[in-house]
Unconditional design. Structure first.
Ligand code: GRF
Length: 209
């Protein structure tokens, strides 16, 4: 094993590819923090995240699922293609920041220990696309008093349940609406994601050889 680079806190030469599907406020937080985003990939052509990438001068690509399925190809075919697109940018980490498609091993096996997901719930709590609404419903039923956010690795096809890198709890208030809770959650997401990715990038690069 050799250690290449790896000055603590130095992100020079490190490379992030960020996968997005929508607004891209978490992408914006990474960009605003000066983290080394070298490419953005969206599965939705109209994602506002693409405008954020353009404004920051970061190359962006759109890779949509529908043409694959319409031409008789599979989800795994799509994931393998997506992996090619992402791998071309030689990422140290692939950041799923509001990426709303599940990824199969056809993608994940290309980037072992290198895919990082942001999920708006605490570990094991509310997997899936409606985590905030599920948490608010659980609060109103008296089952929880707070929710939270996690950043975790995505080693396999499990949904929102890989090894946890960081968490933060977020209180739910009695008069919360989904919008007010989401606003509080997003503010915390931006901080947690930036801090966690910065920490990952500051770790020494371990290369074989
Ligand atoms: C975030 O709440 C993230 O946790 C979830 O999707 C949302 C994306 O927000 N997976 P944005 O596109 O980064 O604004």
């Amino acid at each position: 094993m050799t250690v290449a680079g790896g000055v603590s806190g130095d992100v020079t030469g490190r490379r992030l590819v960020v996968l997005v599907s929508g607004n891209g406020s978490n992408l914006q937080a990474l960009l605003d923090a000066g983290l080394p985003v070298v490419a953005v990939v969206s599965n939705r052509p109209g994602a506002f995240a693409l405008e954020r990438a353009a404004a920051a001068g970061v190359p962006a690509e759109v890779v949509t699922l529908r043409p694959f399925l319409d031409s008789g190809r599979t989800r795994r075919d799509f994931d393998a293609h997506l992996a090619e697109v992402v791998a071309a940018h030689r990422p140290d980490y692939v950041i799923l920041a509001g990426w709303m498609l599940l990824l199969s091993s056809a993608f994940l096996d290309r980037f072992p220990d290198r895919v990082v997901n942001l999920h708006p719930a605490l570990p094991g709590a509310f997997p899936g696309a409606h985590a905030m609404a599920d948490a608010l419903a659980a609060y109103r039923e008296g089952r929880i008093t707070e929710t939270g956010i996690m950043v975790h690795l995505v080693p396999d096809e499990g949904v929102d349940n890989g090894p946890v890198l960081a968490t933060v709890t977020v209180p739910i208030e009695p008069d919360d609406t989904l919008d007010s809770l989401a606003e509080r959650m997003h503010a915390q997401e931006h901080v947690l994601l930036v801090d966690t990715v910065r920490r990952l990038l500051a770790e020494p690069v371990v290369a074989s050889g």
